[in-house]
Design a protein around this ligand. Structure first.
Ligand code: NAP
Ligand code: G4F
Length: 341
């Protein structure tokens, strides 16, 4: 019988790629969607016609229990979150509730539906749980590159909420014997990336300037460095983690790091533009506390899961710029867009 997966965050970037990947692998895929009339559901329906939808919200414990009861999943992928770091200062409490406490609610839904108690541990045939942890937890890094043993020093309410979810996942594994793991994923991007994140802001900015739709691009800290990979590769690591013999956490990244300035140079070069004529550094876009440098050591994932990234940084940036030039040339609106490339 096909394995059943329940994905929270199905309307987001990773949810879409993970759903496609699991469908390819023969899974029955269910996506949790929130809200009465969520406008982003239409693009899931359009792109992912074989995904079944179930209503639920990470803020609502009962809805998660109902969703698990209805779907009867073999695997749960918890990708739902408030994931935009600057928003976590503006709405710190909501971020804690969704990105942090949402993990507790999802784990509790699994525990209750599986009949696991302090005296009755999880048995074979249990639901396997994946938590979307983040390299933001490393924050002000203690060492470079960062691996599974590097201590955390989060620099945003988002990073703090993710650290809570990370330790809680570990705790449910240790307390109840649950197959619960965290993937500590470094930044991963694609043509489906939200327009608020820097890679997509830059690819859209370069595309708009190329097509004469804008004359400048305002950015914050150009010196920050990130380890950027392709989202399509990273969702494969999520599935591999849940197929492993034992539940363990893994760092997923490329092992390379580039600055935002290098990202801008690559994107404008891909569009055939001189970036220095158009990019304006704006102090107002700097964060209250910055994560200056992230760089993964993905050795454990390579050795134990056989996972490797396949898209180099320059190709990823060119892919995003080309996709945005096409989207805008075809009259698409990236903020309203109901379809995904
Ligand atoms: P994304 O595009 O921002 O998607 C976030 C998803 O969370 C959306 O589907 C959103 O649904 C859902 N969501 C928000 N609030 C919710 C709630 N109250 N209940 C249920 N769902 C809710 O994020 P992504 O880039 O795909 O990332 C997926 C996960 O990986 C996130 O947890 C993120 O923090 C984490 N992560 C991402 C990266 C990265 O570089 N992309 C790296 C490390 C970790 P709506 O449509 O309803 O808003
Ligand atoms: O693209 P970003 O907004 O991503 P950030 O903050 O690294 O977070 C992303 O990756 C995390 C994994 O490490 C995820 F957990 C999280 O959910 C999200 O997906 O910003 C990247 C860098 C930052 O240093 C920021 O200060 O780009 C810098 N930046 C410079 N100018 C900018 C801008 N970021 C944004 N969003 N917009 C700018 O104008």
């Amino acid at each position: 019988m096909a394995r059943r997966a329940l994905i929270t965050g199905i309307t987001g970037q990773d949810g879409s790629y993970l759903a496609e990947h699991l469908l390819d692998q023969g899974y029955d895929v269910w996506g949790l969607v929130r809200g009465q009339a969520n406008p982003r559901v239409s693009r899931v329906r359009k792109l992912l016609q074989d995904v079944q939808l179930v209503r639920g919200d990470l803020l609502d414990q009962g809805s998660l229990i109902s969703a698990v009861e209805r779907v009867q999943p073999d695997e749960v992928y918890n990708l739902g979150a408030i994931s935009f770091v600057p928003m976590s200062w503006e709405q710190a409490e909501l971020t804690a509730e969704v990105t942090g406490m949402g993990v507790l609610r999802m784990l509790e839904a699994i525990r209750v539906c599986s009949g696991i108690t302090s005296s009755r541990a999880a048995g074979s045939g249990q639901i396997r749980f994946y938590q979307a942890s983040s390299s933001e937890m490393f924050g002000q890094v203690r060492e470079t590159p960062q691996n599974e043993r590097t201590p955390f020093h989060p620099r945003s309410p988002y990073g703090v909420a993710k650290a809570y979810g990370h330790f809680l996942t570990q705790n449910y594994r240790e307390s109840y014997g649950m197959f619960a793991v965290s993937g500590i994923l470094f930044n991963h991007e694609s043509p489906r990336r939200g327009a608020e994140f820097v890679t997509r802001k830059v690819s859209l900015g370069a595309a708009r300037i190329k097509l004469g739709l804008a004359s400048e691009l305002r950015l914050g800290n150009l010196s920050a460095r990130r380890d950027w990979g392709y989202a399509g590769d990273y969702v494969q690591a999520m599935r591999l983690m849940l197929q492993a013999d034992a539940p363990e956490d893994y760092v997923i990244g490329t092992g390379r790091t580039q600055s935002v300035r290098e990202l801008v140079v690559a994107a404008f070069e891909a569009a055939g533009l001189d970036w220095e004529r158009y990019v304006v550094a704006d102090q107002a876009l700097h964060r209250p506390a910055e994560v200056d440098l992230l760089c993964a050591d993905p050795k454990k994932a390579r050795v134990q899961l056989g996972w490797e990234p396949s898209v180099p940084f320059e190709d990823l940036v060119a892919m995003m710029v080309e996709s945005d030039i096409k989207l805008l040339s075809d009259g698409g609106d990236p903020d309203q867009d109901s379809s995904w490339p």
